[in-house]
Design a protein around this ligand. Structure first.
Ligand SMILES: [Zn+2]
Length: 240
């Protein structure tokens, strides 16, 4: 009977829960009543979204994500007051809403980046006691000030057109990665987290060149190592 227990073990391993992927407009809308949301109803695009998200989910140990992000709502586009945005956290605190590209096609890299970014917001909410805001301030130029330190800085930045996500040398020398990250702590944090979780060669280069970037990246990595059992260290560590 040696095959039976082995088979049962495989079946159990596959049963590790993952976040649910939903394309249901009404359920997505219930997570943000102000946003005007265009649904993703195209089966071919939905299949590509599922593939990209499966890759993003695999970055986290089995079972961890579903405890914190139960549902990923995927939509074609979202906007508020005419300003579009790529992702949001859900009002229930256990879901994220993400867009999947543009009318030209699904962008798998974009989906993964937005998923890691919004998940970072959820994890900071859930585990904020595990993160030292003081250490973050210490890894920031003393002269730096967030553009929108109070309230919903990310939304304010989008509405004022300050949502540029391009790495910006003058900011990198002070700590933040880009104008969007310079809007408020929450976006500063999430723009770092998305890069530490899935670092590009450009990000690794910034880690090498800017002391504040290296220190902040290490703080983010330490946070994930603390809160995620079995976390696989980010490859950016090899550049330190
Ligand atoms: Zn954000």
């Amino acid at each position: 009977m040696p095959l039976l227990p082995l088979f049962a073990a495989c079946a159990l391993a596959q049963a590790d829960p993952l976040p649910e992927i939903s394309f249901d407009l009404a359920r997505a809308q219930a997570q943000n009543r102000e946003a005007s949301i265009a649904p993703e109803n195209d089966p071919a695009r939905q299949a590509r979204v599922r593939k990209a998200l499966a890759h993003a989910f695999a970055r986290y140990p089995a079972g961890f994500l579903a405890q914190n992000v139960r549902t990923v709502y995927v939509v074609r586009a979202m906007a508020d007051d005419g300003a579009g945005y790529g992702g949001l956290t859900g009002e229930d605190g256990t879901s994220v809403l993400i867009t999947d590209g543009d009318d030209d096609g699904v962008d798998g890299d974009w989906i993964e980046t937005v998923f890691h970014h919004e998940t970072a917001h959820v994890l900071m909410e859930d585990f904020h006691r595990e993160f030292s805001r003081r250490a973050w301030r210490d890894a920031t130029d003393p002269g730096f000030r967030y553009a929108h330190p109070k309230g919903d800085g990310g939304m304010a930045a989008i509405l004022q057109g300050e949502d540029d996500a391009t790495f910006t040398p003058t900011l990198n020398a002070q700590g933040p990665l880009n104008p969007y990250g310079a809007s408020c702590f929450d976006e500063d944090w999430a723009t770092y987290a998305q890069n530490v979780v899935d670092p590009s060669p450009e990000f690794r280069d910034l880690v090498r060149r800017y002391d504040y970037v290296a220190r902040r990246a290490a703080l983010v990595e330490d946070f994930y190592e603390r809160i995620v059992p079995g976390w696989e260290p980010s490859p950016f560590r090899s550049t330190l």
